[in-house]
Design a protein around this ligand. Structure first.
Ligand code: SF4
Length: 362
């Protein structure tokens, strides 16, 4: 056995082991990917679940240095879908048997926004006879707000930590109370306490980020006992402060490779969680998401935002699928999933098995 095979035989992976795995290249990398395929086959099987993604507003109160829709980017045209546009997208997801929906937007914490989301959640539950599962990704909120939205029908929440290295976190965000690392952690704790299937994620290939940081990110996910992860390569956006470090970045092809290594390693580390094949992977490689599905991911989020607004939700550049209609998007994704040797499961929520194993009383 070579060094990689020996690591992959271990029952507990050390930080050094993780660093070795996520930095692999060439032939040894294939050993990691094969192991992840084997683990996925035994634990989550061949199934892939849909989450119809509705990016309903790009209005945001925050100023994250890496994000194309940060509030200080005056070059972005702001939009806010009407309730009927959002509900139409939900009807489409329901009729297309997606099983689940994701409501995502920039972060707002005002009472009108909180109340609006509550009403929308109830309406989506009602129009789908309770059959659409709902994930929300609406940033940092109070525990009361998380509880209110949970009571209204959301049962999964995605809040990415972006990086678990506090120093790096403070480098890629303004250093103020509105962008606090501690607050992000405490929000994740609140989400678990309320009872959400809790998801997080990180960007891979940030300026100043090391393989050690990425290994710590995986350890963070494991220690936090998350149920779902959505992570992908960092892709620079010209109209953001972080763009000035573009010369410090790994080539895009390496960011993609390491992102797939991260997904494969995480599948081995946390065999029964849900892992998203993120759209950012496809922005680098047309087959990026298929590679993720093949090597550990099991969730895909077809974009069902009305096409006239997709071009305005550019968190990063070269985002794919901004022109296709929701129908075209679905057809294209179906084919892609089959190409990855996987099977789309329609009409089911596809909840995280991990959530139920850590909540054995449910
Ligand atoms: S990353 Fe999220 S919170 Fe930060 S500016 Fe972008 S949309 Fe807003």
């Amino acid at each position: 056995m070579n060094e990689i095979e020996i690591i992959l035989e271990k029952t507990t992976l050390s930080k050094d082991d993780l660093v070795t795995l996520i930095s692999l290249e060439g032939e040894n990398r294939n050993i990691l990917l094969k192991k992840a395929q084997l683990v996925a086959g035994k634990t989550i099987g061949n199934n892939v679940y849909y989450r119809g993604l509705v990016e309903f507003s790009n209005i945001c109160s925050k100023d994250c240095f890496y994000c194309g829709i940060r509030k200080s980017n005056k070059k972005t045209e702001r939009y806010n879908l009407s309730d009927s546009e959002i509900l139409d997208a939900a009807k489409f997801a329901y009729k297309s048997q997606y099983g689940s929906l994701v409501l995502q937007s920039g972060e707002q914490t005002n009472p009108a926004f909180i109340g609006r989301i509550g009403k929308l959640l109830k309406s989506i539950k009602s129009l789908s006879n309770g059959q659409l599962g709902i994930t929300i990704s609406l940033g940092e909120q109070t525990e009361d707000t998380y509880q209110y939205w949970y009571n209204c029908g959301a049962h999964r929440y995605l809040l990415r930590i972006e990086t678990s290295n506090k120093t790096l976190y403070n480098t890629i965000h303004p250093f103020d109370d509105n962008h606090s690392f501690e607050k992000r952690i405490s929000c994740l704790q609140s989400l678990q306490k309320v009872g959400y299937q809790t998801g997080t994620g990180v960007m891979i290939g940030l300026p100043f980020q090391t393989y050690e940081d990425l290994a710590d990110d995986l350890i963070f996910m494991k220690n936090f006992d998350v149920d779902m992860v959505g992570m992908g390569p960092y892709i620079e956006h010209e109209h953001t402060p972080l763009y000035k470090y573009k010369n410090k970045l790994w080539p895009l092809s390496r960011r993609l490779e390491v992102a797939i290594n991260m997904i494969a390693t995480l599948r081995i580390l946390m065999p029964n969680i849900n892992i998203v094949a993120s759209t950012a992977l496809q922005a680098i490689d047309p087959l990026g998401r298929e590679k993720a599905l093949k090597n550990g991911a099991n969730i895909i989020m077809p974009n069902i935002t009305p096409t006239n607004h997709r071009k305005d939700y550019l968190l990063y550049e070269n985002k794919p699928c901004i022109d296709e209609s929701a129908n075209d998007c679905t057809n294209c994704i179906n084919i892609r999933i089959e190409m990855a040797g996987k099977k789309v499961v329609l009409g089911q929520w596809g909840d995280s098995k991990h959530y139920f194993s850590r909540n054995k009383n449910l």
